[in-house]
Design a binder for this molecule. Structure first.
Ligand code: FMN
Length: 240
């Protein structure tokens, strides 16, 4: 877990890959890691498969040799759950010396594997990076400040601040309760919402994954009343 925690502070999205195979052993480790990730909502069934690039329609000029395809039961909280679990594996993949990048604008082709009873949700590209080094300084992260993502500056939220998000939208906002923290999703404008609404739910799960990896002993969600915050959608409350 310490290795994953370190990756929070140096990971990056890789969009340039070598034409080089990932070993069967590493592929098996990645799938096993995903199966063992912690759940945000354990009653939601989520599964992953590794697919090849010709089983995917990319809407970007770049390609990756492999992708992790994630499928979920359709239930309240499903997208946050996918974000929470897949981000743990994003950190794991990068800890193996491989590169990865979330691919919201990618679709499985018809002949790609399906999982019965689950709907396809998201892809994470991965492979050997072609000269894309890990970050070596926090200043290399293009992110909003701690004071912009929370009702008060709280250094403990730094791992969430650094989390990746669709189009780097960073749609999370944290409000402190007495001994809990409530997390909200910023509501984008109408047009942006149509494009980003679902992805932003995944993004909030990703930020929570960074908090879990940073504070594995203490992180837990709690059921509690949370204040309404105008312009934000309440997601859940947690302790760290
Ligand atoms: C849910 C999600 C979907 C994303 N979709 C894409 C995508 O379709 N194409 C792409 O090039 N990057 C995609 N990204 C990567 C983000 O652009 C990237 O994480 C963000 O700009 C921050 O950069 P960093 O990951 O290097 O820290 C996605 C990220 C997330 C979290």
């Amino acid at each position: 877990m310490e290795k994953l925690r370190q990756m929070i502070f140096c990971r990056r999205s890789v969009r340039k890959y070598l034409d080089r195979s990932v070993t069967e052993e590493d592929k098996a480790r990645i799938l096993e890691h995903f199966r063992s990730t912690k759940s945000l909502w354990p009653d939601i069934r989520v599964e992953a498969r590794i697919v090849a690039s010709d089983e995917v329609r990319f809407y970007f000029p770049w390609r990756s040799p492999y992708l992790l395809a994630v499928y979920s039961e359709e239930k309240a909280g499903d997208l946050e759950e996918v974000g929470f679990r897949l981000q743990q594996t994003d950190l794991f993949i990068q800890s193996l010396g491989l590169g990865s990048c979330w691919l919201g604008l990618g679709k499985l082709r018809k002949d790609a594997p399906q999982v019965e009873g689950l709907r396809f949700v998201m892809l994470l590209a991965f492979g050997h990076p072609d000269g894309v080094p890990l970050r070596t300084a926090i200043s290399q992260f293009n992110r909003r400040g701690l004071e912009d993502i929370s009702d008060r500056r709280d250094e403990r939220l730094e791992p969430a601040r650094l989390a990746p998000s669709s189009t780097n939208s960073q749609p999370w906002f944290f409000v402190h309760g007495e001994d809990v923290i409530h997390v909200y999703q910023t509501q984008a404008g109408l047009l942006r919402h149509r494009m980003l609404g679902e992805m932003n739910r995944i993004d909030v799960g990703i930020a929570l994954a960074h908090l879990y990896v940073a504070y594995p002993e203490t992180f837990r969600t709690v059921q509690t009343d949370a204040p309404e915050v105008k312009g934000y959608r309440y997601v859940c409350s947690f302790k760290i």
